[in-house]
Design a protein around this ligand. Structure first.
Ligand code: FES
Length: 106
């Protein structure tokens, strides 16, 4: 699958990843700026905050209680599009997903 990360500046990076790679891991391993992933994907840091474009909403995994709580701790404003990048993995179902990167993670 491919993922498009759009920076606050409008610049975008398109990366190709293996099935079941999380958005956080995809960004970090491909050097996409603006995603930190401090806790390594444990839903414990909120530095992998992304805004998923609304057209992909139906295919997203359900929000867990841990993720929901952590999303209240993001540096950039939480919106209805907010998710933790480490909790959303892409496969056939979210191929070509587009996410916006927040202005700040820490
Ligand atoms: Fe820490 Fe996602 S990497 S919450």
């Amino acid at each position: 699958p491919t993922i498009t990360f759009v920076q606050p500046t409008g610049k975008s990076d398109i990366v190709s990843v293996e099935e079941e790679t999380s958005l956080m891991r995809a960004a970090v391993t491909n050097g996409v700026e603006g995603i930190v992933g401090e806790c390594g994907g444990q839903a414990m840091c909120a530095t992998c905050h992304v805004y998923v474009r609304p057209e992909f909403e139906d295919e997203l995994p359900e929000l867990s209680d841990d993720e929901d709580e952590m999303l209240d701790c993001t540096t950039a404003e939480r919106t209805s599009q907010s998710r933790l990048g480490c909790q959303v993995s892409v496969g056939a179902h979210l191929d070509a997903i587009i996410v916006d990167i927040p202005t700040d993670q820490v």
